[in-house]
Design a protein around this ligand. Structure first.
Ligand SMILES: C[S@@+](CC[C@H](N)C(=O)[O-])C[C@H]1O[C@@H](n2cnc3c(N)ncnc32)[C@H](O)[C@@H]1O
Length: 219
């Protein structure tokens, strides 16, 4: 959740569909972040208090998601969390361009889900997303079958294990061997999990934002 406002990717855009690109551009143009100290205020880390902010992924992360999902032939992917739908757009474009599939999204704040669904509809991608409203620790427990890719783009919690760590423990057993996990916020306990060979992943750290961990499930 970097505060640097970035509106386009570093290189060429792998998505070709002008309708999708228009929605991504519109979302990037209205991108903004709350003041850095906002999480220390009286509302703390309550996601409802930040309903008007997208905290969207960096365009380079989105382009990489699209490219990798196309290469994998991904059909079923997980988007944690969805917010107003930026990462969901990249995923949905990829599964659509792969011939069809489903993005299983999760978002706690209902107002954000409404915006995400509108964005997906405007991009012509509504048929490729099932955004589950509520706490991802419940809504992602049963993904209905193996998945090809998961984004773990979490949210701060007051104490205990990070959401990223809690969610990877729920999602990893449902990811197929050969599938990928991308993480946005480099939560230390998430990195401990994904870098522990006992958990069946190998990973690299890509220099996007503070370090974007990209992991491949090998066992
Ligand atoms: C960093 S944002 C996701 C940005 C999104 N991937 C994108 O690129 O547009 C994190 C989101 O997690 C949501 N959230 C926080 N706690 C959650 C929970 N327990 N379950 C589901 N979503 C949650 C927040 O409301 C926030 O919208």
């Amino acid at each position: 959740m970097s505060r640097e406002i970035v509106t386009q990717g570093t290189g060429p855009n792998p998505i070709q569909d002008a309708r999708v690109l228009d929605v991504i551009a519109r979302m990037n143009a209205s991108r903004r972040f709350p003041p850095r100290e906002a999480f220390d205020g009286p509302v703390g880390k309550d996601p409802e208090a930040f309903a008007e902010y997208g905290f969207s992924i960096h365009p380079d992360q989105g382009n990489l998601i699209y490219l990798l999902c196309r290469g994998l032939g991904a059909k079923r992917v997980v988007d944690f969390a969805t917010s107003v739908g930026m990462s969901a757009l990249y995923f949905a474009a990829a599964v659509r361009d792969n011939g069809g599939g489903l993005v299983i999204g999760s978002e706690f704040v209902p107002a954000k889900v409404d915006v995400a669904r509108r964005n997906l509809t405007d991009a012509g991608l509504a048929d490729y997303a099932d955004i589950r409203v509520g706490d991802a620790r419940e809504t992602l427990r049963d993904l209905g079958g193996p998945i090809d890719f998961a984004l773990i783009d979490g949210w701060p919690v007051a104490d205990g294990a990070s959401l990223a760590r809690q969610i990877i423990e729920i999602v990893a057993p449902q990811l197929r061997v050969g599938g990928y996990v991308m993480n946005d916020n480099a939560e230390p306990d998430f990195l401990d999990y994904i870098r522990d060979p006992a958990n069946g992943f190998i990973s690299v750290t890509i220099p996007i934002k503070r370090g974007t961990e990209l992991a491949l499930k090998i066992a």
